[in-house]
Design a protein around this ligand. Structure first.
Ligand code: NDP
Length: 340
């Protein structure tokens, strides 16, 4: 039987904000499986801000995408055929299948997930890469203590929404920064953040931070960089910790924006600023996933997902990340289960 695989490739490297010319839809025959190979049908595709970096031909912690090759990224799928003893039809698996409807994997590239624990999509979000990023970045670098003030930028997104809730579990005063009134309401009412600021409708971020952080800022979990972070820096306390997780405000800039320099503030406040990638914690992923799963079961963590439907909508969903059109983890649902 011939199976046609719809794929999305990088058509050209974007200069500034990617657009529809950045991507091209192509088709390929799946072909016959070889010994130890597994055929996976994609169910959910993750779109993530770091993918923007991989579209650039620049050295980083992950290889750049190659032009004319399928965009690689986290995805969840269902095994529909297997020549490996480790997987059988109907198994739900996670891997780096990327933006394509089918993926021929060697069995070492796949990890089985248990669909009875939580909705399978959570393994791309709160129980997966973004949840682990929040967990390790906040607890290992931020180290919030009871009564301290934790500020999070990109607070209503996949990483930020988990960071704030963990900070609450640790007894901190938690302030989120996000880009709409709906997000502010979500953070305060659903996730029980103490305060939240809509940076798009606030003229004076410094004043808004002073008002919401009367005791100054002890931990700043930075997802966005740029002017939002410049304002946060003015309110740091002595010995503040700043896990630098992301700088999404800079990902599409054509010209590097250096902004005010942070060194003086770091010296004055003896503050610690440390960049990290979740991959640094690979040998502790199990610990993080167990703890996140437990908090989720106990009702101490909540999550929301923004799920777009349809393979053809993956590029637009990716672009939505830069428009702030998501609350919580942004995913694309590509297909329904066939065997469950
Ligand atoms: P989100 O779910 O937070 O989605 C991105 C959000 O960023 C948008 O919803 C938008 O929310 C906000 N945003 C977009 N453009 C801007 C801008 N110019 N200025 C301020 N905010 C903006 O994504 P993730 O949770 O997956 O990722 C959050 C950050 O963490 C990213 O920077 C990402 O690169 C980084 N990251 C780092 C990892 C690591 O290992 N270090 C791992 C995973 C993610 P709003 O409406 O509030 O503007």
């Amino acid at each position: 039987m011939t199976i046609i695989n719809n794929q999305i490739i990088l058509a050209e490297r974007p200069n500034g904000m990617p657009d529809q010319n950045t991507f091209r839809f192509v088709q390929q025959d799946v072909g016959e499986l070889k010994e130890d190979q597994v055929l996976v049908r994609t169910l959910f595709v993750s779109v993530d801000p770091y993918m923007r970096g991989r579209m650039q031909d620049a050295e980083s912690y992950v290889e750049p995408y190659k032009v004319n090759e399928v965009i690689e990224g986290g995805a969840i799928g269902e095994v529909i055929d297997s020549r490996s003893g480790r997987f059988q039809q109907g198994d739900v698996v996670i891997g780096m299948f990327g933006w394509q409807e089918y993926y021929v994997a060697t069995d070492k590239e796949l990890r089985k997930i248990d669909p009875s624990l939580a909705p399978i999509s959570t393994h791309l979000g709160i129980l997966g890469m973004t949840g682990l990023t929040a967990y390790f970045g906040l607890l290992d670098i931020g180290q919030p203590k009871e009564g301290e003030t934790v500020v999070i930028s990109g607070a209503a997104g996949a990483v930020g929404s988990v960071v704030g809730q963990i900070a609450k579990i640790k007894g901190a005063h938690v302030v989120g920064i996000a880009g709409s009134n709906e997000k502010v309401q979500y953070l305060k009412e659903d996730l029980k953040f103490d305060e939240a600021i809509n940076y798009r409708s606030t003229d004076n971020m410094e004043a808004a931070l002073k008002a919401t952080c009367p005791n100054g800022i002890d931990v700043y979990f930075d997802n966005v960089g740029g002017e939002i972070s410049d304002a946060v820096f003015t309110q740091l306390n002595r010995y503040a910790r700043i896990p630098v997780c992301g700088a999404i405000s800079a990902y599409n800039l054509e010209k590097l924006d250096l902004g005010p320099r942070v060194q003086t503030m770091l010296i004055k406040k003896s503050a610690l600023m440390q960049g990290f990638t979740v991959g640094n914690y690979a040998d502790r992923f199990n610990e993080g996933a167990v703890q996140l799963g437990q908090w989720l079961q106990e009702g101490k963590l909540k999550y929301r997902e923004t799920i777009k439907e349809g393979f053809e909508n993956i590029p637009n969903a990716f672009l939505d990340l830069f428009k702030g059109n998501n609350v919580g983890k942004l995913l694309v649902k590509v297909a329904d289960h066939q065997y469950r």
